[in-house]
Ligand binder design. Sequence first.
Ligand code: CAA
Length: 307
Amino acid sequence: MSVLQPIRKAAIIGAGQMGLGIAYVSAVHAKIPITIHDPSSSVLSSALDKYKSLISRDVSKSRLTQEQADEALGKFSIVQGDGSGEGIGEPLKDDVDLVIEAIPEIPELKLGLFKRLGRILPSTTILGSNTSSISITKLSASAGSNLSGDEDRKKSSERVIGIHYFNPVPQMKLVEIIPALQTSQNTIDRSKAFGKACKKEVTTSSDSPGFIANAILMPMINEAIIVLEKGIATPEDIDTTFRLGMGHPMGPLTLADLIGLDTCLNIQKVLHNEFGDSKYRPSNLLIKMVDAGWIGKKIRKGFYEYD
Ligand code: CAA
């Protein structure tokens, strides 16, 4: 049996709540140096502040010693740009073993990024996507699409995989691994080992819209919004029903606010388009909330208001 090459250095593209969480577990648990990339300097500086505060909280709760905290702070750096060298910033260097993208859940954005990264990074660099629903097989094809030789295209596609974390990443103990049709066994094995190094349990799903989690979760959230829209119950009563009646840690509307209503809508659009089944049609109220810009906890207003 061949020995798996460990991930020694990673880059995270996208410094929003998911990207920051993935960077945190990579640096603190997997103990590898990471760079986090985002075109926005304000998003990057806010990610750096949040990272520092997560580390301070770990020290105050005795989960890290001061020495371990200093080590974790030294492993984290921010870089402006999306790592592809297009637009702002320098392209990623070939010493990165793994890239995980956590950019907005918009198919054209992710396909474009994989096309650019597929061209500039050697085929030994794993390209992971934290997508909640978009086809990994399409992302994999995109990573090969900018190369001329058949062999180069094949190799570039084989290193693409879904590595899907859950929000809030430091707390949630799961990573879903989603191989594309083209993904090599070596990419699967190294990605699973990395998920475990981040102290997560790993499940595997084949490449189907929404994978395991969101194929089940998003219809549930959508139905909760429809119950609200029809005036059947208040947000508080819907959520209390799930917390106390079903033992969920938070109700579906609070959870939707945490995930982000824009993200929920984007995922539901992918499920609706890909399955072509009206049962996945996003509710009117969800669409209107996003149109109003009330996208949840990150802007302090969604189904609830936050201080
Ligand atoms: N970000 C970071 N940390 C957070 C957080 C957030 N949004 N919310 C809570 N926490 C932290 C708290 O600071 C606290 O940390 P300490 O241990 O340092 O004190 C810890 O989580 C526990 O928090 P609380 O005691 O305040 O509250 P809790 O016990 O109710 O736990 C929770 C909070 C972990 C979020 C829990 O409510 C929960 O598990 N909720 C369900 C979350 C969930 O289902 N996530 C998956 C969403 S789906 C997804 O992400 C995938 C996708 O593709 C859409």
